[in-house]
Design a protein around this ligand. Structure first.
Ligand code: IPM
Ligand code: MG
Length: 356
């Protein structure tokens, strides 16, 4: 197969982790007879430096013209003082919304060889930790009306958390379809005891649930979910929730695996074109030092092969290669443990490629 991939290296450790992921992809192409071609796209802080804006229209067009998008990470202290609309993060939000990527899938799974990195008690870990957060990505407070005005109390700002039935329904369906392929359980997370948008969310979730009698279904309030994730994460299979709750819970869910540097994500819309990225940030403190962990980006490529290109075997091949390298004790600094062999970003890429 021939696939055109828009590549956004971004800022901080973005370029080095993406380079390793592309080398893995090239190896897969060679092994399975596919041709992957890359179009490099500027977005984030580096685009601000070059063009004075985080997401030039040309970058959006390049993404729209591709079969899929791979992103490293954007942002850094250099651009922190900029106005909201000009921050590097705007690039991410812009791509998500312009490409219609409403469904963000964030798996949290304990890698057996890294079990000791998990900060939870052994008896909790033993019950298993393998869940997926399905996060609505282009609605809610991130995209609702916002404003800062002058009032008697001084500057006053608001953001609006807004959802339509249609927006809720399409993401809840993604969760139910996914649960059918996993352990058959959906937990819909909201704050329906307080928020009107959550009451609508809950109403629609129940309506969709009725169409999937084979899938176990429960509602859970977001504060309780935050607590249950550390108390008893094995109760969860698929969690579906709105944009901001999903942002927060997915960081928590990744941290309980002990290795945020290992977790990939996919963002998809109606079609097969998606954006794939690690869930960690640009880690400016270690950028350019060959210290970053490229695994989350490499696993993001594995997700791209599976979800956008229907290449199941190729995807599994990458996942198995990563597992094998970890089992042999190779580690980057963030997941280093006693007895581990410390590798740099490039060397970790080499090791994984050697298994393919
Ligand atoms: C994420 C990030 C982004 C988000 C930021 C960088 C805009 O935290 O992908 O989780 O909040 O969606
Ligand atoms: Mg986040």
């Amino acid at each position: 197969m021939n696939k055109q991939i828009a590549v956004i290296k971004g800022d901080g450790i973005g370029p080095e982790i993406v380079d390793e992921a592309l080398r893995v992809l090239d190896r897969i192409g060679e092994k399975y007879g596919h041709q992957f071609t890359y179009t490099y796209v500027d977005a984030g802080g580096c685009a601000i430096d070059k063009y004075g804006e985080p997401l030039p229209e040309e970058s959006v067009q390049k993404c729209l013209a591709s079969d899929s998008v791979l992103l490293g990470a954007v942002g850094g202290p250099k651009w922190d003082a900029l106005d909201g609309a000009m921050r590097p993060e705007r690039a991410l939000l812009g791509i998500r919304s312009r490409l219609g990527l409403f469904s963000n899938i964030r798996p949290s799974k304990l890698f057996a060889p890294l079990a000791s990195a998990c900060p939870l008690k052994q008896e909790i870990v033993n019950q298993g930790l393998d869940l997926v957060i399905v996060r609505e990505l282009i609605g809610g407070a991130y995209f609702g009306k916002r404003e800062t005005l002058m009032t008697e109390g001084g500057k006053t700002s608001y953001d609006t958390m807004i959802y339509s039935e249609k927006e809720v329904e399409r993401i809840v369906r993604v969760a139910f379809d996914m649960a059918r392929k996993r352990r058959g359980k959906v937990t819909s997370v909201d704050k329906a005891n307080v928020l009107e948008s959550s009451r609508l969310w809950r109403e629609v979730a129940h309506r969709v649930a009725a169409e999937y009698p084979d899938v176990e279904f429960a509602d859970m309030l977001v504060d309780n979910t935050a607590m249950q994730l550390v108390r008893n994460p094995s109760q969860f299979d698929v969690i579906v929730t709105e944009n901001m709750f999903g942002d927060i819970l997915s960081d928590e869910a990744s941290m309980i695996t002990g290795s945020i540097g290992m977790i990939p994500s996919s963002s998809l819309g109606e079609g097969t074109r998606g954006m794939y990225e690690p869930i960690h940030g640009s880690a400016p403190d270690i950028a350019g030092q060959n210290k970053a962990n490229p695994i989350a980006t490499i696993l993001s490529v594995a997700m791209m092969l599976k979800y956008s290109f229907d290449m199941e075997a190729e995807s599994a091949d990458i996942e198995n290669a990563v597992e094998a390298v970890l089992r042999e004790g190779y580690r980057t600094g963030d997941i280093m443990d006693e007895g581990g062999v410390l590798l740099g970003c490039r060397e970790m890429g080499d090791k994984i490629i050697s298994k393919l």
